[in-house]
Design a protein around this ligand. Structure first.
Ligand code: C2E
Ligand code: CA
Ligand code: CA
Length: 415
């Protein structure tokens, strides 16, 4: 990227900071620099901005219009450029602000704490142009007709991700995760079509495809002498129809699989429109001996209310409260609380998003029951499961369950 093509606005209420940042950017070879000491005046620059190559260095704390308010104005002006936060606030506040700004759809390169140092600024500016801007990152999007065709043309495929017992290493089950094998775009992930299925009344058809595939797979594994439960993700919209119970029960009995071998993972991604129907569906599934799991625990609208009203067998702590919990005090507090609730209510507790040895060690040290995540295995086609099992056995034999036991209990500072 040609540095002289990047228009940069430095917005800070302190004249000294303006001078300093101007000087530093100049030394780094940026030439198109504008300085401004208040948000109102900066809006003129924004109004003239029409390129995604524009960049704003924004101070969060300013007396009149603060940084967050300024960002709202940026969105109103349809700003397409990027942003760097500069502030003396602590790391958590900066992270929070960064998240908020991203939620506004603005590309944030990162943040830099005051006092600003030249090497730090240099590293951050190096990333400019390396990460695609939001506009460049746009995924292909699909419409309802595309998805309907994918369902009828059998383009949905299932990948399986293992769940393993933390103390024994035993493989206790596989989660079925749907993908769309698109003839042109390749493998398309569920975040690009589950909402579409929900919004256009196709989620029951999708669930039926996944369920049938999973049931046949369980059978297949049984024939090979593998006793594996399969977990299926169930959308709240599936639970909105009383027919769902019969649909599932029929499929299970016609293929000859015990309901006990099926775990239904329920997420509350959307508000429950008809709570009574969902409650009725879940109660009947439970009575038929299907196992119920509360998925993404800690992220929903009323996960605790659900726990009170519905008898779940399993609680899955969302990955955002698992990966890195060993060193982040806030994340760790939520992980501990979720684990505690699950244990206290007698549920099997699964931690998802176990990405590395440190995450794995945390689970072992805190007596979490089951682990799932890239550290154990990425989701894979059924055909790859056998080889993975062999390599997993080997890892277990090589001391995965006994190595690196940390004493005293690993805890982040301050807990
Ligand atoms: P989920 O049920 O929470 O599934 C876990 C997601 O995290 C999966 O993404 C999985 O590939 C990913 N994952 C697994 N281990 C790790 C890890 O260690 N680190 C990280 N960062 N991610 C990990 P995927 O397959 O893209 O699925 C996304 C979501 O789509 C699922 O979240 C689930 O809510 C939904 N979904 C998937 N299949 C179905 C389905 O058949 N029906 C419905 N209704 N929803 C589905
Ligand atoms: Ca799940
Ligand atoms: Ca999750």
């Amino acid at each position: 990227m040609d540095k002289s093509k990047i228009r940069i606005l430095i917005l800070d209420d302190e004249p000294f900071m303006l001078k300093l940042l101007h000087h530093m950017l100049d030394r780094l070879g940026f030439t198109e620099l504008t300085i401004c000491d208040n948000g109102m005046a900066a809006l003129d620059w924004v109004a003239a901005s029409d390129s995604e190559h524009d960049l704003i260095l924004l101070d969060l704390n300013m007396p009149e219009m603060d940084g967050i308010e300024f960002v709202r104005k940026l969105t109103q002006h349809g700003y397409r450029g990027s942003l760097v936060l500069v502030s003396g606030e602590n790391e958590r506040v900066l992270q929070m602000a960064e998240k908020l700004i991203r939620a506004h759809g603005i590309n944030v390169l990162g943040h830099i704490a005051k006092p600003v140092s030249l090497p730090e600024l240099s590293v951050l500016m190096e990333t400019y142009g390396q990460t695609p801007t939001l506009a460049q990152r746009e995924d292909p999007s699909y419409d309802a007709a595309d998805l309907a065709k994918a369902i009828t043309d059998d383009e949905l495929v299932i990948h399986y991700q293992p769940k393993v017992a933390v103390t024994t290493g035993e493989v206790v089950g596989m989660e079925a995760l749907v993908r769309w094998q698109h003839p042109v775009d390749g493998l398309v992930f569920p975040d690009q079509f589950i909402n579409l299925a929900e919004e256009h009344g196709m989620i029951d058809a999708l669930a039926q495809v996944v369920l049938n595939a999973a049931l046949h797979q369980i059978k297949q594994w049984q024939l090979m002498g593998l006793k594996l439960c399969v977990a299926i993700n169930v959308s709240m919209d599936n639970l909105a129809s009383l027919n769902f119970v019969d649909q599932v029960a029929q499929a299970v009995s016609s293929i000859g699989v015990a309901p006990h071998d099926i775990v239904l993972e329920v997420t509350e991604s959307r508000l429950m429109h008809n709570q009574r129907v969902a409650l009725e569906v879940l109660t009947r599934l439970r009575l038929k001996r299907f196992r119920l799991s509360i998925d993404d625990f800690g992220t929903g609208h009323s996960s605790l209310t659900q726990l009170r009203d519905i008898s779940f067998d399993e609680l899955k702590i969302d990955k955002s409260f698992v990966h890195g919990a060993w060193h982040d005090e806030t994340v760790r507090a939520i992980y501990d609380a979720s684990l505690g609730v699950g244990k206290r209510l007698g549920m099997v507790v699964v931690a998802e998003g176990v990405e590395d040895q440190d995450d794995w060690d945390l689970l072992r040290n805190t007596n979490c029951d089951v682990a799932q995540g890239y550290f154990i295995a990425r989701p894979m086609p059924a055909a790859a499961v056998n080889d993975w099992m062999t390599s997993w056995d080997e890892r277990v034999r090589n001391g995965l369950l006994t190595s690196r036991v940390t004493t005293p209990q690993q805890r982040p500072q301050g807990l």
